[in-house]
Design a protein around this ligand. Structure first.
Ligand code: GLN
Length: 194
């Protein structure tokens, strides 16, 4: 059973945990660096990127998260999680993001987005004061767009989306994370509180 950490400083980590349980994985809340030990994968959820940045700084989590990513652990960032992974924050993705990019009138909306590599039709995506990718390097693969703007991208082991797949209850991106190379490779951490 794969143990998947969910950064739980702030934001909607519980919805991710429920989806992961439904897929037979073991979700584990991450608040301090020791919580990252032995994880098979990591989710950085949506929330407020400014608050999350302060929490990461306060707990000294940036270096340990970067190390986990550099070791090849599969990572999924959603909404503010995508922002946290960009050049200006954790620097795990060669992307720049624009916060609250869809403007005031469209602060929240839903859309069906076709994603390259995700079978079974478009994903029903919930966008809440969502960012988009404003610029990216050549290593970055764009998987989906809304109004021409990249809203789903992948670079190596890191997948990031501007929206909230967990709120629509679509588990396909979580399944993709669990089926990634390296997920489930480390010994399980039975007995850990979730
Ligand atoms: N607008 C938020 C930010 O800039 C992101 C919103 C979200 O994660 N739903 O951090």
């Amino acid at each position: 059973m794969a143990t998947v950490g969910i950064l739980a400083l702030q934001g909607d980590f519980e919805a991710h945990a429920k989806l992961l349980e439904g897929l037979g994985a073991n979700p584990c809340e991450v608040r301090v660096p020791e919580d990252l030990d032995g994880l098979d994968a990591l989710i950085i959820p949506g929330g407020e990127s400014t608050v999350m940045t302060l929490g990461i700084e306060r707990e000294g989590l940036a270096g340990p998260i970067r190390r986990l990513i550099d070791q090849g652990a599969p990572v999924l960032g959603t909404c503010a999680g995508m922002i946290m992974l960009d050049r200006d924050h954790l620097g795990a993705l060669d992307i720049s993001t624009r916060r609250n990019a869809f403007g005031r009138q469209l602060r929240s909306f839903e859309a069906d987005v076709e994603l390259a590599g995700v079978e079974g039709g478009p994903i029903h995506a919930v966008f809440i004061r969502a960012p988009w990718v404003s610029e990216h390097g050549s290593e970055v693969e764009v998987l989906g767009r809304v109004d021409q703007h990249p809203v789903a991208i992948r670079q190596g082991n890191v997948l990031a989306v501007s929206f909230h797949p967990e709120l629509a209850g679509d588990a396909r991106l979580h399944r993709l994370l669990l089926s990634s190379n390296g997920c489930g490779a480390s010994p399980s951490r039975s007995g850990r509180p979730t």
